[in-house]
Every structure is written in C-alpha cells, then in structure tokens.
Design a protein around this ligand. Structure first.
Ligand code: FMN
Length: 171
C-alpha cells in the first residue's frame, strides 16, 4: 500500500489546520492509500540548523534525519496551507528548505484554505516546490464560507470529492 502524507503546516495553538488535516485524511480511500497526517505543529522542526547545505544530503542532526525519512518514505504528499500575509506558512518554508533530494520528483498536491481559497499562498508555493524538483500535480482551493467555515468545519458537499480527485492525481 502506498503512503500518502498529509502535511499540516500551521502551528498556532488554535489553528484549524490540524482539524482540516484529519478531515482530509478521512476522505482518502483506504483501498488506494495509507493516509497519515504529518503535523508540523507537533514536529516542531527547528529553523534550519544543519552545518552542511541541504543539497549535499549530509544530515547530521536526528530531527533532520527523521524529517528526511518522513518525506522519503511518503509515496506522495498533500500539503495543506493557509494564507498568512499573502503567502504560505513560515514553518512550511523551513520544512522544505531543510531537505533537498527527498523532494525530487515527489508527487505533491496542494490544498490552500482561507479567504479566496488562499490563492496567493498556493501561487507563492509553486515556484518553491519547483525549485526543489517536486512534481506538483494539482492545487485545490478551499474558500471560507463556501467550502469550509472559519472554524475548519466543512460546508460544501463537493469538497470531499475534490479532495479525492486531487489524491488520485498523485497515484
Ligand atoms: C499571521 C496570519 C496572517 C494571515 N494572513 C491572511 C492573509 O493574508 N489572507 C487571508 O485570506 N487570510 C489570512 N489570515 C487568516 C487565515 O486564513 C485564517 O486565520 C486561517 O484559519 C489560518 O489557518 P490556521 O487556523 O490553520 O492557522 C491570516 C492569519 C494569520 C494567523
């Protein structure tokens, strides 16, 4: 069974990202994927603190090695990001920067959530994923008041289908 990691990238104590991540995981067909939530809020990765360049893959610190394993062992990844000040979250940027080769050719789907579907966040994320060689296969925008409520509860009945469609693009 292939592993699909759903990365929650907001870390605020009152974030809706975790709730949304658990909901997304529950929509993924169990016969197609082994879906797991990877929560950057729980991982608490330090800001990039390796001596060598990530491009060299010479990871010395246990938290970097563990993060590298998590990404490498994922057959595909769904990234959930809100929009913070017209971009994606700082913990996500750090989590991407810490590694390099592990992102190469990794099938990735992006789910932006927020007002106007976090369109500026997902647009800012694309060139970053491209720079590390990830294979971005699709983007889904979840908009407050249309698809989800600001508390993270899901409003629209088509949202689950859109999540499953995005996951299928990662196979
Ligand atoms: C620091 C910060 C900046 C934000 N900036 C934006 C923004 O630029 N555009 C937007 O639509 N929403 C913005 N919001 C509102 C978020 O979309 C909303 O709070 C969302 O729930 C954040 O996701 P989270 O709960 O998982 O942290 C911002 C929220 C925070 C905390």
């Amino acid at each position: 069974m292939k592993t699909l990691s759903i990365i929650v990238t907001s870390t605020r104590p009152t974030r809706i990202g975790h709730r949304l991540g658990e909901w997304v995981a529950a929509q993924i067909p169990a016969e197609e994927w082994d879906a797991r939530v990877v929560d950057l809020g729980e991982l608490s990765l330090p800001m990039l603190d390796e001596e060598d360049m990530p491009r060299n893959g010479n990871y010395r610190l246990p938290h970097t090695q563990a993060w590298a394993r998590t990404v490498a062992e994922s057959d595909a990844i769904l990234i959930l990001t809100p929009e913070y000040n017209a971009s994606f979250t700082a913990p996500l940027k750090n989590a991407i920067d810490i590694l390099y080769a592990e992102w190469n050719d990794k099938p990735i789907g992006v789910i932006g959530y927020g007002w106007r579907g976090a369109a500026r966040a997902t647009a800012a994320l694309s060139p970053v994923l491209g720079n590390v060689g990830a294979d971005e296969r699709g983007v889904l925008h979840l908009t407050f008041r249309e698809d989800i409520a600001p508390d993270g509860s899901v409003l629209s009945t088509t949202t689950a289908d859109r999540v499953v469609d995005l996951a299928r693009k990662l196979a």
